[in-house]
Design a protein around this ligand. Structure first.
Ligand SMILES: NC(=O)C1=CN([C@@H]2O[C@H](COP(=O)(O)OP(=O)(O)OC[C@H]3O[C@@H](n4cnc5c(N)ncnc54)[C@H](OP(=O)(O)O)[C@@H]3O)[C@@H](O)[C@H]2O)C=CC1
Ligand SMILES: Nc1nc(=O)c2c([nH]1)NC[C@@H]1CN(c3ccc(C(=O)N[C@@H](CCC(=O)O)C(=O)O)cc3)C=[N+]21
Length: 373
């Protein structure tokens, strides 16, 4: 069955509408277009962790303890915690990407293109997709949006994926999750071309992230964002105890794999974990992605811990504009009294996740153009 793609409002920055009319039994998406250098090698190495030599041995864990001196003055009060500013880090990354998009245009005479597939009408998914499209526009990446109704079939979604896989002008494909329950999510994600898998959810990309010595083509954006925040704040990971709360393919699993590549000792807490507070209290670094508002209380945290809160949970708030506000998994007011550094929600991981999507799309476009010359 041939798809008919028609262009409407057209420029890279203003949305261009492609419209597909429903014909026969297949649901046709509405498509909207919106408008290895050394540096890349270093970026990839930084995120994937240091390649330590085989003879590397860790520092001794039990350093000699200082002998207590009764005349010693009291230790100074702890420094106020660093509030990790994800918005500002995302801004820096995005301005870097904008420059690279201009260079890409000059080198190849085209712009990177991201295709987003959105199934159904969940408000949160529509909001996130809107953010992604706006972010693309802001840095000069073109975006295409394929919208399918909730009632469409798995084959309809697969058909959209295949069309984007086969379209050489499309460099990155993102299937917004969650998909409706009647669909086999794994089957759909595995159908995305490995070279266009900017979400990093393809089983081969996940496998290569898990195996030391291998390099995935793409790393999931939220996991990459967590590492960006830690690395940019020079938080030491080697040998540190990191507790990751959540094990989904979107955040928890890839983040725990990345932390291991950085030689952290990783514990994973999930919905079946007994006494999660006891495990979390042992952590030097806590990354929470459970999707449960205020799950992590101040009493769950060791003094001086670094807290990365990925959770983005809407909670009712009649005083705010839309009747709800976003809150993290971590009880911020309690945690901020204990932590040495902490991300807020909103304004922490979220904006950097979107910046990582732009970065993965640019990488996909560069790779596609390099391999075609
Ligand atoms: N800021 C950002 O950039 C992003 C934010 N998010 C947010 O992160 C959160 C998690 O997203 P996602 O991973 O997709 O969600 P999922 O629902 O897919 O996964 C949640 C994970 O948390 C675990 N979990 C649930 N409840 C508890 C609990 N009470 N104690 C311990 N573990 C628990 C689940 O365990 P089990 O496996 O046993 O079911 C599961 O592994 C959401 O709030 C989401 O909105 C997501 C992506 C990006
Ligand atoms: N295929 C796929 N890939 C994803 O990466 C993916 C997904 N599906 N489904 C949903 C989750 C969720 N997610 C977020 C991204 C950005 C913010 C974000 O920008 N948050 C802002 C919120 C701003 C606001 O709404 O006020 C912030 O925390 O500051 C949040 C959540 C990506 N996900």
């Amino acid at each position: 069955m041939a798809l008919r793609w028609g262009r409407g409002w057209g420029s890279a920055s203003a949305p261009v509408l492609f419209s597909l009319l429903a014909r026969g039994r297949r649901c046709h998406p509405t498509i909207t277009t919106v408008g290895s250098s050394k540096e890349e090698e270093e970026d990839a190495r930084a995120i994937l962790g240091p390649d330590l030599p085989d003879i590397w041995s860790p520092l001794p864990t039990s350093l000699p303890r200082p002998i207590p001196n009764p005349m010693r003055p009291l230790p100074p009060a702890p420094a106020p915690p660093t509030i990790i500013d994800g918005k500002s880090i995302a801004h820096q990354i995005r301005s870097h990407i904008s420059t690279h998009v201009i260079n890409f245009k000059t080198s190849y005479g085209k712009v990177p293109v991201l295709a987003v597939i959105l199934v159904g009408h969940r408000r949160d998914s529509q909001t996130y997709v809107r953010y992604k499209i706006k972010a693309c526009n802001d840095v000069g990446i073109t975006s295409l949006l394929a919208q399918l109704p909730h009632s469409c079939s798995e084959d309809d979604v697969l058909h959209s994926v295949t069309s984007f896989n086969q379209d050489p002008s499309v460099h990155g494909i993102l299937v917004q999750l969650p998909l409706p329950q009647h669909m086999d999510e794994e089957r759909i994600l595995a159908a995305v071309s490995l070279h266009k898998d900017v979400d990093g959810f393809h089983p081969l990309n996940v496998g290569n992230l898990a195996l030391r010595g291998r390099r995935p083509l793409f790393i999931p954006c939220a996991a990459k964002a967590c590492l960006q925040l830690l690395l940019r704040h020079q938080i030491d990971l080697v040998g540190k105890h990191a507790v990751v709360i959540g094990r989904s393919k979107v955040v928890g699993l890839p983040t725990s794999l990345l932390l291991q590549r950085h030689h952290a000792t990783v514990s994973i807490v999930h919905a079946f974990t007994h006494r999660p507070e006891e495990i979390t209290r042992e952590a030097d670094i806590v990354i929470s992605a459970a999707g449960v508002a205020n799950l992590v209380r101040g009493s769950w945290l060791k003094r001086g811990v670094v807290v990365i809160d990925v959770g983005t949970n809407p909670i009712e708030d009649p005083d705010s504009e839309h009747g709800y506000r976003l809150t993290g998994d971590v009880h911020f007011d309690e945690a901020v009294k204990v932590a040495s550094a902490i991300t807020p929600v909103p304004g922490g991981v979220g904006p950097v996740t979107i910046a990582m999507l732009l970065s993965n799309t640019l990488d996909a476009a560069k790779e596609a153009c390099r391999s075609s010359v």
